[in-house]
Design a protein around this ligand. Structure first.
Ligand SMILES: C[S@@+](CC[C@H](N)C(=O)[O-])C[C@H]1O[C@@H](n2cnc3c(N)ncnc32)[C@H](O)[C@@H]1O
Length: 196
């Protein structure tokens, strides 16, 4: 299935998965039990949102950790310019190494910092497993460019989290939707909260 999703970029995707399975585990960024499900649970889950991203967008991945979803998105979509934002030094160093090794440095950059301290804006802000929606909105909405969108990959709590921020969205004249998306017809779908 991953061959079909990544096509010509499959080798680069496989290289990333190999790095996660070795250095990612050694550096403590990936749990050893995740190794057998890196493609299904992490990489394909990350690229499920690519269908929501316009061609040529600038993307900020907040709390990128080991590079999810930002690195798989950058591999699958050579038209995107991606910034990986991560406050922890060790993780930011890991990301810088991986971006260089994968040959992505021309259009993928790593910024060490917290979302609430950034002042640039991006057409798309992504986040996966970073914080609950009320906090994410406070951190991330100022980073979304006019007419841009926030895409938060969520678990089953997506609907409830969206209900929790209805007041904030109304005040800011924004709309939120919960969408179920998948990278492939045979891949497990994931929930994404889209705010724009
Ligand atoms: C559970 S990890 C998820 C990493 C990755 N997105 C994933 O899906 O595997 C949460 C990440 O958010 C980062 N983080 C925490 N607070 C943050 C903040 N205020 N701004 C940006 N990143 C933050 C943490 O350092 C950590 O790497």
């Amino acid at each position: 299935m991953e061959h079909e999703v990544f096509g010509d970029s499959y080798e680069q995707g496989r290289q990333y998965v190999d790095i996660l399975a070795s250095r990612g585990v050694d550096w403590g960024l990936i749990g050893p039990r995740e190794v057998d499900r890196l493609w299904s649970r992490h990489v394909l889950n990350s690229v499920a949102i690519e269908q929501l991203i316009n061609h040529g967008s600038s993307v900020l991945d907040v709390g990128s950790g080991a590079g999810l979803p930002g690195i798989p998105l950058a591999i699958l979509r050579p038209d995107l310019t991606v910034t990986l934002l991560e406050p922890l030094l060790r993780r930011a160093n890991f990301l810088t190494e991986v971006v260089d090794e994968l040959g992505l440095a021309e259009r993928v950059s790593v910024v060490r910092g917290r979302a609430e301290d950034q002042d640039q804006t991006y057409q798309v802000v992504t986040c996966r497993a970073v914080a609950a929606l009320p906090k994410l909105l406070t951190w991330c909405l100022p980073l979304v460019a006019p007419h841009g969108q926030l895409l938060a990959i969520k678990g089953e709590s997506a609907e409830q989290e969206l209900i929790d921020v209805q007041g904030t969205l109304r005040k800011r004249r924004l709309t939120g939707q919960v969408l179920s998306v998948a990278a492939h017809t045979d891949a497990e779908p994931t929930w994404v909260v889209r705010i724009r």
